[in-house]
Design a protein around this ligand. Structure first.
Ligand SMILES: CC(C)(COP(=O)(O)OP(=O)(O)OC[C@H]1O[C@@H](n2cnc3c(N)ncnc32)[C@H](O)[C@@H]1OP(=O)(O)O)[C@@H](O)C(=O)NCCC(=O)NCCS
Length: 266
């Protein structure tokens, strides 16, 4: 009986073996897993940053809302604080390109608080959104530090602009209840927009603007007089008649003087 010989694979054959390829399905799965891990990582770091920001938001509400009695009350019961906390997480996700997750968070916050803040908006420190219901802050809106917005405020677009469509608020701006600020212009530092005003153009620093469309009624604490009184407009026809009456009276005077002189000569 012949001894059995074990056939060895030649090294040549190993080299010829095609490298095992990852299937398309596996590639997609791996990509999705990496994206999910990135999403969770961003969410965790955003949550950490939000805790610090919320402390400032609570402080802002304590300073500006005389009805706020304790930090606990503000933190647990103020919808403005909840909407801002959700926004800060959503904004971080939006910046990292997780648009769907960011919108999902902002829409959930809107359903709970009645405040809609687009994750793309840029918001500074110490914003107070008082009462909050019906507040809308558009995608390209920017808000400086220590601003105050009341219920029903819209920082929106007119529908005519593309790209930057929403307003920019400076620092320490107050926007009263129901006011609409529409368009890609700036509202200056320390400016107040009155309740129910509709602002369609830039308002400088340190002003108070009221009405529809909004006009500046105060600048640096001093009343601004209207250049033209739109109600008491002078009547040009009446003015002309008055001038003619004056001329007639003068002519009558001259005539009676002439009559007197000619009577004396006779
Ligand atoms: C505008 C506002 C901020 C006051 O600012 P201010 O610089 O102190 O202005 P003044 O109060 O001196 O008012 C200036 C002029 O604007 C008028 N004005 C004030 N608020 C107005 C408004 N909402 N709509 C129309 N005119 C208004 C005033 O009557 C005054 O007119 P006058 O000069 O002819 O008398 C304040 O009136 C306001 O609207 N705050 C919003 C507060 C809010 O929304 N609260 C909701 C709580 S739930």
């Amino acid at each position: 009986m012949e001894p059995t010989t074990v056939k060895k694979k030649s090294p040549q054959r190993f080299e010829e073996d095609p490298k095992p390829q990852m299937s398309e399905g596996m590639k997609k799965l791996k990509k999705r897993a990496a994206r999910t891990a990135g999403f969770i990582g961003t969410l965790a770091s955003a949550a950490k940053e939000t805790v610090a920001a919320v402390k400032e938001d609570v402080q802002a509400t304590r300073e500006r809302d005389p009805a706020a009695r304790s930090n606990k009350e503000v933190l647990l019961l103020y919808p403005g604080i909840h909407a801002l906390a959700a926004y800060r997480v959503a904004h971080r996700l939006h910046e990292k390109g997780y648009y769907f997750g960011a919108r999902a968070i902002s829409q959930t916050a809107r359903a709970i608080t009645g405040i809609e803040i687009h994750p793309g908006a840029k918001i500074g420190k110490g914003l107070m959104i008082d009462h909050g219901m019906g507040v809308v802050i558009g995608e390209t809106a920017e808000i400086g530090d220590h601003c105050t917005l009341y219920q029903g405020v819209t920082l929106g677009g007119t529908g005519k602009d593309v790209g930057k469509r929403h307003p920019t608020l400076g620092n320490n701006v107050l926007v009263g209840a129901g006011a609409k600020v529409l368009g890609p212009f700036r509202i200056g530092d320390n400016t107040k927009i009155a309740a129910n005003a509709v602002v369609l153009a830039e308002i400088p620093d340190q002003c108070t603007a009221v009405g529809i469309p909004a006009r500046v009624v105060k600048k640096d604490g001093v009343k601004v007089e209207d250049e033209l009184d739109q109600i008491h407009i002078p009547d040009p026809v009446a003015q002309e008649i008055r001038r003619l009456e004056e001329k007639l009276a003068a002519l009558e005077g001259e005539l009676s003087e002439i009559k007197k002189q000619t009577k004396g000569r006779k």
